[in-house]
Each structure stands twice: as structure tokens, then as C-alpha cells.
Design a protein around this ligand. Structure first.
Ligand code: ATR
Length: 283
């Protein structure tokens, strides 16, 4: 690496102005005294091909990819990690000798946050995932490697839930994968046997929270998790807290997916506390 070269990182997405990743990563670089700079780049889907054509001549060491480009960037990669292949999407790119390797740290980041913050052991657990989009895929891929017993994917568009359950059932035949429409009258009886409920839908972000769920059917030990981090207490988490259940918010997923990306780029242990403080300051 030539001096003062290859020292740039960025996140690409559309829209991108509200991304917290620059603050988190610039704080991490500073904490470890690394001469790197992380910026945000707004790109429309149409601009992606020309961006990737020019990228190899620029001094980027790595990128993060966010909505709506995580699936679309796959075709520009020279290589994919096993997780990125399984998820079918990339959120982290490592650039080395002009070669692009795509990773996905979203699912592993979620898992680290969940386990560290709740101390939950996932073995033999029964899980309900609300949503069947990209975030659900990433989380599902990670959960499937943890020896869980059953995962039900509940989604407004039932066909998407069925397709996802079928796809992962083929790859993980020891887990029971099921699909459910959302809403559905049977969700109460399903909740009675659920250890972990995870919301991956963007309903609240779109200011369209779904109808209240019968959280009172969940057992007392159940954990309710929401990947949304703004607001910290989502409609679902507030209802769970009111029902006396343990809650898990989304900021940790952002932190740990970022820490894993940082480690892939730098080969150094991420300064987690500094990164966490940077996020908490702006959330
Ligand atoms: P992401 O990559 O963030 O997961 P996505 O692929 O657009 O985004 O998926 C969004 C998820 O939120 C989907 O499961 C979507 O349900 P549909 O498949 O029916 O579209 C879910 N979702 C979004 N708004 C919703 C709402 N108002 N009620 C219920 N589910 C909603």
C-alpha cells in the first residue's frame, strides 16, 4: 500500500443522510489511531454500475452497503463469503488488490448483540420472526446455525414467508421451518410455545405499525426483540415491557455488524465501547 493511498471507506445507500455508520467508524479509526476516513455516498440504483466500474481505480479499502443496494451489489463482487451467499446480500465489501469480496455481517451482528445483551442460549429454542425481507433473511441465516428447534416466519405477504421458509428448510433439515400470514388468528397459540419473538419488519419506520399482537400469550421467560433502533423503545417493545417481558432493541445489531466489518477491514479488534458511545450520542 502506498503512503496516503487506499485509506478511504464509505457507506453506499439511498437515501443515506441519516446513516450512523460514519460516526461509528470514524470514532473507531480515531480510537485506534488509524489514518482512515469513512464517508457516506448517496447512490441511486441506476448509478450503481458506473460506481463499481470506477471503484477499482479509487483508494477505497472497504465499503458498507445499505438499503436498497444489498442484493444488487452481489453481481459486482469478485468473491462472496459463505454467509453472503446464503443470505444473497452483501453489507460489507473488502477491497484488496482491486478485488472485491462481499460479506454479510448483519445476521452475525444481530446474533452477537442478542446473546451478549440477553444471555439467551439459542439451543432448542422456538422462534417467531415477523417479516420476510432482507433483514429477516440475514437473521434467519444466523439463527439456523445455532441449533434452534423451530422458526416460524410470519409475514403480511404470506407467499414471501412460505418461499423463505421453504428455501431455508432445504438447507437446514434439522430445524422446523414454518410460515404464517400476518395477522393470523393462530398467532396466539403459536406464541404460547415461543421463546423469542423478533420484529424485522419496517412497519414502524413507515409509521404503519401492525395491529397489536397477543403478547400476553408468550411465556414469562420469552424475549421480544426489535431490529429498529430509532426510536429505542418501539411500539412492540413498549407493549412487551408492559406485558412484563424481557426486551432487546436494535442498536446492538448496528454496533456489532459494524464491529465485524471493522475487523474484516483492519484485522484489528474493534473498539466496541468507543463505537457504542458514538452511536448512543446521536441516536
Ligand atoms: P428489509 O430489507 O429492511 O427487511 P424489505 O425487504 O422491504 O426490507 O422488507 C420489509 C418487511 O417489512 C417485509 O416483510 C414487509 O412485509 P411484505 O413482505 O408484506 O411487504 C414488512 N412490512 C413493511 N411494512 C409493513 C406493514 N405495514 N405491516 C406489516 N409488515 C410490513
Amino acid at each position: 500500500m502506498k503512503k496516503n493511498q487506499k485509506s478511504k471507506f464509505a457507506i453506499i445507500g439511498y437515501p443515506i443522510q441519516h446513516s450512523l455508520s460514519p460516526a461509528m467508524h470514524n470514532t473507531a479509526f480515531k480510537a485506534l489511531k488509524l489514518p482512515f476516513q469513512y464517508s457516506k455516498i448517496q447512490l441511486t440504483p441506476k448509478q450503481l454500475p458506473s460506481f463499481f466500474r470506477k471503484l477499482r481505480n479509487e483508494s477505497y479499502l472497504g465499503l458498507n452497503v445499505t438499503v436498497p443496494h444489498k442484493e444488487a451489489v452481489v453481481k459486482f463482487m469478485d468473491e462472496l463469503s459463505d454467509e453472503a451467499k446464503l443470505i444473497g446480500a452483501v453489507n460489507t465489501i473488502v477491497i484488496e488488490d482491486s478485488r472485491l469480496k462481499g460479506y454479510n455481517t448483519d445476521g452475525a451482528g444481530y446474533l452477537q448483540s442478542l446473546v451478549k445483551e440477553t444471555r439467551l442460549s439459542l439451543r432448542d429454542k422456538r422462534i417467531v420472526i415477523l417479516g420476510a425481507g432482507g433483514a429477516a433473511r440475514a437473521i434467519l441465516a444466523s439463527l439456523c446455525t445455532q441449533g434452534v428447534k423451530q422458526i416460524t416466519i410470519a409475514n403480511r405477504t404470506f407467499s414471501r414467508a412460505k418461499t423463505l421458509a421453504k428455501e431455508f428448510q432445504k438447507k437446514f433439515n434439522k430445524i422446523q421451518l414454518k410460515a404464517l400470514p400476518l395477522p393470523d388468528d393462530h398467532i396466539g397459540s403459536l406464541f404460547k410455545e415461543t421463546d423469542l419473538l423478533i420484529n424485522t419488519t419496517s412497519a414502524e419506520l413507515k409509521k404503519m405499525p401492525f395491529p397489536p399482537l397477543p403478547l400476553n400469550h408468550l411465556p414469562r421467560h420469552a424475549i421480544v426483540s426489535d431490529i429498529i433502533y430509532r426510536p429505542k423503545m418501539t411500539v412492540l417493545l413498549k407493549a412487551a415491557k408492559k406485558a412484563g417481558l424481557k426486551t432487546h432493541g436494535g442498536l446492538g445489531m448496528l454496533l456489532y455488524q459494524g464491529a465485524l466489518a471493522f475487523e474484516l477491514w483492519t484485522g484489528k479488534k474493534a473498539p466496541l465501547s468507543a463505537m457504542k458511545r458514538a452511536l448512543e450520542k446521536i441516536v
